[in-house]
Design a protein around this ligand. Structure first.
Ligand code: ZN
Length: 231
């Protein structure tokens, strides 16, 4: 197992000409049908507030669409992308924000890695998930990412900031937002960025610039029409 778990280096900037995206409609049946995926889904439902859970599911489905249309040759498994997507913001829950002074992505990655090992996932699998969660906001221009980290970055930035819309068909964006409603996710996430930077002024999120990043989130025109009141 290597590429299946994401262990293949890709340049961190998507620079090739995108393929024409196709419309995909996804529902719960597109979740991987494995024991580990079901256990992690249960874990996520217990640990994550609805807003983070729905964001994480949108990230999973947007990533699946990006992989199908833009990277059809990748051998990355749906299972590892599902687990990583679902728990990539685990460190942002109230419980986990109180549990550490560490940057939320690192803590969330560590707790996820422990949970995966406890459930019997191979260490290579759990390590790859940790790497991608820890680096999911490591946006930059130099160097490489694993396949898994690259896909997670593309789909989280699409949901939060509206970038990379050329990679996903507008009908897919519509279907996924309807299947996993946003509530006031952009506002919730901008608040999280503020809390993280205020409570942990050394945190990784500060590299994105607190106000700069919050402005980009609140200026997400692609997803704004789907935002509704607090859920
Ligand atoms: Zn996220």
């Amino acid at each position: 197992m290597s590429e299946e778990y994401g262990y293949k280096a890709v340049h961190r900037v998507f620079s090739s000409k995108p393929n024409e995206p196709k419309p995909h409609s996804y529902d719960d049946s597109a979740k991987p049908d494995t024991k580990l995926a079901k256990q992690i889904d249960e874990y996520a439902k217990n640990e994550l507030p609805k807003g983070i859970y729905n964001h994480s599911m949108r990230v999973y489905f947007f990533g699946l669409a990006i992989m199908a249309d833009q990277f059809p040759d990748w051998k990355l498994t749906k299972e590892i992308f599902f687990v990583t997507s679902l728990l990539h913001d685990l460190g942002a829950t109230e419980k986990n924000m109180k549990a550490t002074k560490m940057s939320f992505e690192f803590w969330g990655g560590l707790v996820t890695r422990e949970e995966l090992l406890k459930l019997g996932a191979p260490q290579e699998f759990a390590d790859s998930v940790f790497e991608s969660i820890a680096r999911h906001q490591d946006l930059g221009e130099k160097g490489n990412l694993s396949l898994l980290s690259h896909l997670l970055q593309l789909s989280t930035i699409l949901d939060n900031v509206g970038l990379h819309s050329e990679l996903v068909h507008e009908d897919t964006i519509d279907a996924v937002n309807k299947a996993y409603p946003r509530g006031d996710w952009l506002n919730q996430f901008a608040c999280h960025v503020g809390r993280e930077c205020d409570q942990k002024p050394w945190s990784f999120t500060t590299t994105l610039g607190k106000k700069d990043f919050q402005d980009k989130i609140m200026g997400n025109k692609l997803m704004a029409p789907y935002e509704t009141a607090k859920m």
